[in-house]
Design a protein. Structure first.
Length: 265
DNA sequence: ATGGCCCGTAGAACGGGA
């Protein structure tokens, strides 16, 4: 079973990229963030024509998350949850559903804008509430994957220029402590379960030739629960879509789980 | 040295992103 996550920075603009990527990488479940689409405009029909069913939670202009899954797997999106029941929030940043025996969550963590700002405070509170909710979720569904744009570079190895980013938003100690709190729930950063090429990131600024110079951050993650950690076979970041014309500034990340696929085949 | 891009909502710039 393959599960991926991708911040597409407008699904309206990026739909051709998503369709093309899914054709080349037919993952079982894809978590999307920053769809920036109201539900009435979600391209469910186009995705269905490409073989993917979808559930989604959007709003005008900002945020918006979705889960896509292969129609030919025969799954329904069970126990659909939109938002964090423990954190009332106008912003559409969370969606969860169970596919087969794996619960999948697509999360768009707030950016935080700048350390000390109101948005930063909201980010920390949002992350505290996320941890509280995930504790419940893991207890109810031990086989769980949280894919998303976490807007946190967990360690300096995830930052192209750690000195320049030190204590800045996305890299500050309180944010990294929140990421650590998620790991304390038994979650594991699937990417770091394997030896990886150095200086691999998942986001590059559109400005200053950020991608060409590989001035990036690794802020998109797939966290797997303890019950699933032993099933993880691979995890990688695909830079290819970032090279296409009019790309998202984020790259997709994919995790492969072992025995579950055979069990559902 | 500063800001340098992209998206949505606009229907011109501006907020937001990271």
């Amino acid at each position: 079973m393959k599960i991926a996550t991708w911040n597409v920075n407008s699904l309206k603009v990026r739909l051709p990229h998503v369709l093309g990527w899914l054709e080349a990488n037919p993952v079982d479940v894809l978590c999307l963030q920053e769809t920036k689409l109201v539900d009435e405009k979600f391209p469910a029909a186009e995705l269905a024509a490409a073989g993917y069913r979808s559930v989604f939670s959007g709003q005008p202009t900002y945020n918006g998350v979705a889960l896509l899954w292969r129609a030919d797997r025969g799954w329904d999106a069970r126990d659909l949850t939109v938002g964090n029941p423990r954190f009332p929030d106008e912003q559409k940043r969370l969606i969860a559903a169970t596919f087969g025996d794996v619960r999948v969550i697509s999360a768009y963590v707030p950016n935080g804008q700048a350390v000390g700002s109101d948005k930063y405070d909201y980010k920390l509170r949002w992350l505290d509430a996320l941890a509280a909710w995930l504790s419940d979720e893991i207890a109810a569904a031990p086989r769980l994957v949280v894919g998303g744009d976490y807007n946190i570079a967990p360690a300096d190895a995830d930052v192209h220029d750690p000195a320049a980013w030190a204590d800045q938003v996305l890299c500050s100690v309180p944010e990294r402590e929140r990421f650590g709190a998620l790991l304390s729930l038994g979650l594991t950063d699937a990417y770091r379960m394997f030896e990886q090429p150095p200086k691999t990131y998942s986001w590059w600024d559109y400005r200053q030739l950020g991608f060409q110079k590989n001035r990036g951050l690794r802020i998109d993650h797939l966290l797997v629960s303890a019950a699933l950690a032993g099933s993880v076979r691979a995890c990688s970041i695909d830079r290819a879509p970032r090279k296409l014309p009019q790309p998202s500034d984020h790259a997709p990340v994919t995790v492969e789980l072992g025995p579950a696929e055979a069990a559902t085949a």
